[in-house]
Design a protein around this ligand. Structure first.
Ligand SMILES: NC(=O)c1ccc[n+]([C@@H]2O[C@H](COP(=O)([O-])OP(=O)(O)OC[C@H]3O[C@@H](n4cnc5c(N)ncnc54)[C@H](O)[C@@H]3O)[C@@H](O)[C@H]2O)c1
Length: 365
């Protein structure tokens, strides 16, 4: 394991996160927003990363390229086009690369869209996780870090702490993540798997998902198009910068038994209108707002209590919202020229693969 083992005890004091030697990580969802940034940080630290993705969440070719290209510069990076729902494929891969830890970030994300294709969310988030756990059991792997969500806390008073009973999910997305958390627990109990469940709070940053609020707000304000706001804009979020999340994922690789950790900025939540105002100030441009009814799968407010993550993982968010927004806006404004660069041979393979998948997806729908 990358970190010295820490026995799981009733009161978990801390995980020793000081490590000196290089490890191999398997990252699922490596072409995604959070997966690609996490891989990049690990590769920069000298680790080996085997990344898998089925590209189903790829927003477009340019974004996928911009996420994968920096990883391909490292000889210690390997990409496999693979589906976590394929148990036999995952088993073969795990047996071959024998990672020290599996960072399971692949998933279908998005609360509202989970109402349109709930079966797909259950298949990827719940069954995909089960398949991965089975493949780990069959190959004797013990450490998994799982990407869960703050949306499980819907209905509870803020700030949310990890001990709250999260038994009333309000969307197929959060229900599918809850199912996956529970399956991880069963495998911890039965097969002594070491599980870090991480509940992320609204992640934003460069190369972020185009379906998420901050990306949409920046794009609309920079390009001068209207912003569609659901609700009156007073909904507040514990916005968390992607680099903080990636560092939290890496901090959670130490052995814990089975534990749930919040990864959120942990500061006072910020309303959507306040975020829009910040972006207006930083870009010097005015937003045009179009209001729509509040969506019933949305939450009014999210806010993480991060005391446990601070105490056990020695982790806390470092980026202020202002600094995170500055970096995200700078990336957005720069990315056009970066996207126009030539394709490398590996990028060409991804390009063609991506095109084929898009055609197949369209043919099915
Ligand atoms: N971004 C957030 O604010 C946030 C908040 C809470 C939880 N999460 C969770 O964190 C994880 C990463 O989120 P993200 O924002 O980077 O999303 P993302 O969509 O950018 O990344 C997920 C990646 O998983 C891949 N994927 C989906 N189904 C797959 C499958 N069956 N096999 C292999 N790969 C598959 C997608 O192609 C995509 O590249 C997700 O599990 C998400 O549910 C994200």
């Amino acid at each position: 394991m990358p970190y010295p083992l820490v026995k799981s005890v009733k009161v978990l004091l801390h995980v020793n996160t000081s490590y000196n030697f290089m490890s191999t990580y398997l990252i699922t969802g490596v072409a995604g927003f959070i997966g690609s940034r996490t891989a990049e940080i690990l590769l920069e630290e000298g680790h080996t990363v085997v990344g898998i993705d089925n590209m189903s969440g790829a927003p477009d070719l340019k974004m996928t390229q911009s996420r994968l290209s920096p990883l391909e510069q490292f000889p210690t990076f390997e990409f496999q086009f693979m589906d976590v729902e394929s148990e036999s494929g995952m088993q073969k891969l795990l047996a071959k690369c024998a990672p020290d830890a599996v960072l399971h970030l692949a998933g279908k994300a998005g609360v509202r869209s989970s109402m349109e294709t709930p079966q797909a969310y259950m298949a990827t988030n719940a069954m995909g996780t089960l398949n991965l756990l089975e493949a780990m059991r069959a190959t004797g792997l013990k450490k998994i870090v799982f990407a869960s969500t703050s949306s499980l806390y819907a209905g509870h008073p803020v700030p949310f702490d990890e001990n709250l009973p999260v038994n009333s999910p309000i969307s197929p997305y959060s229900a599918s993540k809850k199912a996956a958390e529970m399956m991880c627990h069963a495998y911890h109990h039965l097969y002594q798997m070491d599980v870090s469940i991480l509940r992320f709070f609204t992640v934003y940053g460069p190369k972020g998902r185009p379906d998420m609020a901050i990306y949409k707000f920046i794009k609309s304000i920079v390009e001068g198009t209207p912003i569609n706001l659901f609700g009156d804009g007073s909904q507040s979020r514990d916005f968390t910068f992607v680099d903080d999340i990636s560092r939290g994922i890496i901090a959670a690789v130490g052995n814990v038994g089975y534990e749930v950790f919040n990864l959120g900025a942990g500061r006072k939540p910020v309303s959507l209108l306040e975020v829009i105002h910040h972006i207006e100030m930083l870009t010097g441009k005015k937003a045009e707002l179009v209001f729509h009814p509040f969506h019933e799968a949305d939450m009014d407010v999210t806010w993480s209590n991060v005391a446990k993550s601070q105490r056990v993982l020695h982790w806390e968010a470092k980026y202020s919202l202002e600094e995170g927004l500055k970096r995200t806006i700078r990336w957005f404004e720069d990315s056009k020229s970066r996207f126009e660069s030539q394709l490398s041979p590996i990028q060409n393979v991804h390009h063609n693969l991506f095109k084929r998948l898009s055609i197949e997806r369209h043919a099915k729908s």
